[in-house]
Design a protein around this ligand. Structure first.
Ligand code: C5P
Length: 239
């Protein structure tokens, strides 16, 4: 997972739209994220099609259920040949351990188990919401760091978090623990609905493992040059 290119969030409504977007890319070996919208529309077949196009896949389904159900879900997902999957840390330690066991049980012999990461707090969760709706009194950042430690103790490979949280997380977990960070924007981009955004170079400075970029690439006038610009900034190389 280290030194991965920017992961492109394929937040499209159909396979057709997805392929029209991907057709613009020729030489690049892409790492893409398939979320609920596209997966629920197209099913596992979309994963196979993306793999035929040479894409590595982060399957972002954020599983959260009782441990047995998550075990069975992960056992199925392990057969899809994706590189990265996730669960909600809020499901607790036993659920995360079951997720990992399910992945291990379902990974075909001779293949690499997909990396498993946990969502700490969604970026749409605010401190007010945590306190007044969910009745969680501790500061949001404390919960993020605590969930990260819990994920590591459960044997997971990393977490989804914001760039701004990464340095706090690395004070609590080992440096080979993955931090996969959405909310990435170029300095001259629109923020859309993301609140705590960061640029690719800031993400690199903060030592995060991977960046996830959606609209800054998918909605750009020229997605390929946007992807390359973001990639150069992320890798610290000249365009
Ligand atoms: O378009 P944008 O770059 O904001 O897309 C970010 C992607 O990362 C979206 O697919 C969004 O669902 C996902 N994500 C996020 N915040 C999280 C977890 C996932 O923005 N905490």
């Amino acid at each position: 997972m280290k030194h991965t290119p920017p992961i492109i969030a394929l937040d499209f409504a159909s396979a057709q739209e997805t392929y029209a977007f991907l057709d613009r890319f020729q030489e690049e070996e892409l790492f893409v994220k398939v979320g609920m919208e596209l997966f629920y529309q197209e099913g596992p077949a979309i994963l196979e099609k993306l793999q035929e196009r040479g894409c590595r896949i982060f399957l972002d389904l954020k599983c959260h259920d009782i441990p047995t159900t998550v075990y069975k879900a992960m056992k199925r997902l392990a057969g899809f040949g994706v590189s990265l999957v996730n669960v909600h840390a809020a499901g607790g330690k036993q659920m995360m351990e079951s997720a990992l066991e399910g992945l291990e049980a379902g990974t075909p012999a001779g293949q690499k188990r997909p990396s498993l990461i946990a969502v700490t707090q969604l970026t749409s969760t605010s401190s007010e919401m945590l306190q007044h709706e969910l009745l969680i009194e501790r500061p949001l950042l404390d919960t993020v760091v605590h969930y990260s430690r819990l994920a590591e103790e459960s044997g997971l490979d990393g977490v989804v978090c914001s760039v701004h949280e990464a340095e706090h997380i690395y004070r609590a977990v080992s440096l080979d623990f993955l931090t996969v960070t959405p909310g990435i924007r170029m300095a001259d981009d629109k923020n859309n609905d993301q609140v705590r955004v960061a640029t690719p170079s800031y993400a690199r400075e903060k030592g995060v493992s991977a960046i996830v970029v959606g609209r800054s690439i998918t909605q750009a006038e020229d997605p390929v040059s946007a992807y390359r610009r973001i990639g150069h900034e992320w890798e610290g190389t000249k365009a």
